[in-house]
Write a protein that binds this ligand. Structure first.
Ligand code: TRP
Length: 333
């Protein structure tokens, strides 16, 4: 569809509280994706309501998520950045794909099992069919690759199953997407328990550094980071805390692990933690500055959303009408 340029699609929940794990592991690398792919980044507000949301918060976070992606270097001239509910085709294709998805398949999704345990008072049908809407997101754009974290791999695999099943009945309808895990991105661990991945939903806020944390908060969190009883700054098995801090320092500065070992030879953990906090705060300062600037102009953000939605809808409409034709729906113009 894009003169042989492969398509990359990714969705992001409008949570706003993105962490340095999201930043270093994924978003920072997305900027260069547009050299290789036609990229779509969708703020998935329709997915967000599968758990109860406060309307004002959801609205604010939708703006924030778009602003944050732009602040992290995603240029809206080179990428299609938009909001899911602005492109009606997502919900519409999701319904059609619901009729090609098994109850058993959805019952096996580990995220559904986790979330229905967590939100036992609200196990709604949307939570159950969440992966079908995600499949619609992906398939509408004839997507080749889907950059996701490991937790979403099962959903992308289900998407492939649905697309293959549909194509077997109605040939040549969908491109079969491939999940890709960030290769170049680093895996950042929790500061409180460095054997666990840093997660934006961690209840212990000291475990997590958010992209929008201010300088003092960032430095305080690194100062408190859990390490070990050794005193030497070197990368080694069993030194998960120090290894994690070295990784973070390395990605922010571009220095190798050996460089860092040399730089901090004979110095203590306190010094090192301070240095990590400082490079992190320095690196995030321009992102936060841009974020503030984008957030201060809602009209401009809305114009951006509108432009993105128009670009996306142009592609989405074509896929949806192809699907409807194949299914035997009457087309009127
Ligand atoms: N489910 C994804 C998450 O929680 C978000 C998402 C929605 C998504 N639609 C997508 C990711 C399509 C990739 C492709 O992270």
């Amino acid at each position: 569809m894009f003169q042989n340029t492969p398509v990359s699609f990714s969705g992001v929940q409008p949570s706003g509280n993105l962490t340095i794990g999201n930043y270093l592991g994924a978003i920072k690398n997305f900027a260069s994706f547009s050299e290789q792919y036609k990229c779509f980044y969708c703020v998935v507000d329709e997915h967000a309501i599968t758990v109860r949301q406060v309307p004002a918060d959801l609205r604010r976070r939708t703006y924030e998520t778009l602003a944050l992606y732009m602040a992290c270097g995603l240029d809206p001239e080179k990428n299609t950045l938009y909001v899911q509910s602005h492109v009606k085709e997502h919900a519409e294709l999701a319904w059609l794909l619901n009729c090609f998805t098994g109850f058993g398949e959805l019952s096996r999704m580990t995220q559904f099992k986790d979330k229905s345990q967590k939100h036992a008072d609200n196990i709604n049908a949307g939570l159950f069919t969440y992966p079908v809407l995600m499949a619609a997101d992906i398939l509408l754009y004839q997507t080749d690759v889907v950059p996701v974290g490991i937790d979403q791999k099962q959903h992308v695999e289900l998407c492939r199953d649905i697309a293959n099943r549909f194509n077997a009945i109605y040939p040549d309808t969908f491109t079969i997407p491939e999940p890709i895990m960030a290769k170049s991105g680093a895996k950042i661990m929790s500061l409180a328990d460095p054997t666990k991945k840093m997660s934006k939903s961690d209840e212990n806020t000291n475990a997590v550094v958010y992209i929008l944390d201010d300088r003092d908060t960032i430095i305080r969190k690194f100062k408190r980071a859990v390490t070990d009883s050794d005193t030497c700054i070197r990368y080694a098995e069993g030194k998960d805390g120090i290894n994690n801090l070295m990784t973070i320092y390395s990605v922010f500065t571009g220095k190798t692990i050996e460089d860092i070992e040399r730089e901090f030879e004979g110095r203590g953990y306190g010094d090192f933690k301070m240095a990590v906090g400082e490079v992190c705060a320095d690196a995030l300062a321009p992102v936060q500055e841009k974020f503030k600037c984008f957030m201060s102009d809602k009209a401009q953000l809305e114009a951006q959303m509108k432009k993105g939605a128009e670009e996306a809808a142009y592609v989405a409409r074509r896929t949806l009408s192809k699907v409807q034709k194949k299914l035997g729906f009457v087309q009127i113009r």
